[in-house]
Design a protein around this ligand. Sequence first.
Ligand code: TEU
Ligand code: CA
Length: 558
Amino acid sequence: MEQAWWKEAVVYQIYPRSFMDSNGDGIGDLNGITSKLDYLKELGVDVLWLSPVYQSPNDDNGYDISDYRAIMEEFGTMEDFDRMLRGIHERGMKLVMDLVVNHTSDEHAWFVESRSARENPYRDYYIWREGKDGKEPNNWGSCFSGSAWQHDEATDMYYLHLFSKKQPDLNWDNPKVREEVFSMMTWWCEKGIDGFRMDVISLISKEPGLPDGEVLPGESYAVCPCANGPHAHEYLQEMNRKVLSRYDLMTVGECAGVTVEEAKKYASLDGKELNMVFQFEHVDLDGGKYGKWTDRRVNLREFKQVMTSWQTGLEGKAWNSLFLGNHDQPRSVSRFGNDAPEYREICAKMLATCLHMLKGTPYVYQGEELGMKNCPFSGIEDYRDIESINAFRTLTGEGKIAPEDMLRYLALRSRDNARTPMQWDDSVNAGFSSGTPWIMVNPDYTEINAARELADPDSVFHYYRQLIALRKQEKIIVHGVYELLEPESESLYVYTRTLGEEKLLVICNFTAGEEEYRIPREFVSGSVLTGNYGRTTVEETVCLKPYEALVIHTGGQA
Ligand code: TEU
Ligand code: CA
């Protein structure tokens, strides 16, 4: 059991555009974040991860960076950043920055040079190819609809963009690109930041020759076969030698397409690459023919299987990140639970318990600690997200999905569900902004808001606070070994954690019905560590209430 601060930590993700607007322009900003640091301190989180705050034309809300060493004007200045960082450190918290280096903005100086001429010294910073028979160089599709290739008039060649056409992919096989990225990272480390969340870092090494991929039935383009490419680990080890190992950092790789076997390399405990990865298997379970655009629900047995394969697969070898939501996912209580008024709070607490008692570093996405839910968007004009808007146009335009169905899928799945403003209080615009917010505020803010929850000891907020505090007291929550019980149950997620003589039993009822469960004998004499119904005694058979979560501790001294 190797200790490390990033294993013990709880991370809170901030989406700066939607967190707190300090100057009334309708856009969240750095001074807004600084003004809410005491709130975050009270919640008890250790690390703040900020989605990108760098200069950007905002085609993809900051994930398209035009200058890595400047702050986005809408978010403030470098002085504001320095003040925020000091404020975070003064409160004993740490700051993790988003590192988006699979691609830049097409407005980045490197790309402006690169596209200007075939002989430009920056040409090879990006991935340029000749067309094939007057068409794209291969059949890869962009994650944001359409081809992954954009024809460029100036030189009559195509450049690769796995995301929007304003996000050209960097050519990591060029050593100069790697040196540029490493020196930029060093610059931020010297400023005193505490880590990086690395955007789609699993995609940086493209298959040599850029071969066609498999086109799934019903699709027009292939899913790019770019994940975990041939040099991905080599490049990350180089980054580790040249930058990461020289500082005391927390690093998490966002690894689309990662498998347990690959994760053991990315996040190996020998510290040669990253500390941990985000995997996506559990949030891809409710996908369908058109990817995320369906109304399918996650099946609990499959969910348990996936979580278990990561828990047991990485045990003793690598480290998990634990999340149910982020800025790319719908609200977790709506998606994995039940956001009906009578269940929303109890269910948000159950999901939190289920996640935070697993082995790995838990991530709380802004508003999750309030049990914020999906937003009742009505028409396509309510959406701001490029992925949602492009998918709507393409899938309805090609007649694959009827507009009314697509709107229903968007309401369930759009990334914008997680991007509506943080709900601070019941004043106008939820206290987020005195101006007109860049995206609609969820109208439920009069009921669901931080001020109200801070004042209510039974709130979702205080439940999270208590869960986070428990992690500081009980080593077993950080280090205990996981084991799944009742794999076949369609309603209960039951697992144990074991550390020496100590054991935890975690029981979560994922249904709105009552469920009987016979407590395994060794836990019958145990004590309740926490739960969302205030239960204090352990019986041989418990009748679990709707969405009940119960954690029982036995052995050692609790
Ligand atoms: O997301 C990468 C990613 O894997 C996407 O496919 C993601 O799953 C997508 O949003 C599906 O809905 C990262 C960022 O988190 C995302 O916000 C960016 O748009 C993307 O990279 C490009 O930088
Ligand atoms: Ca602002």
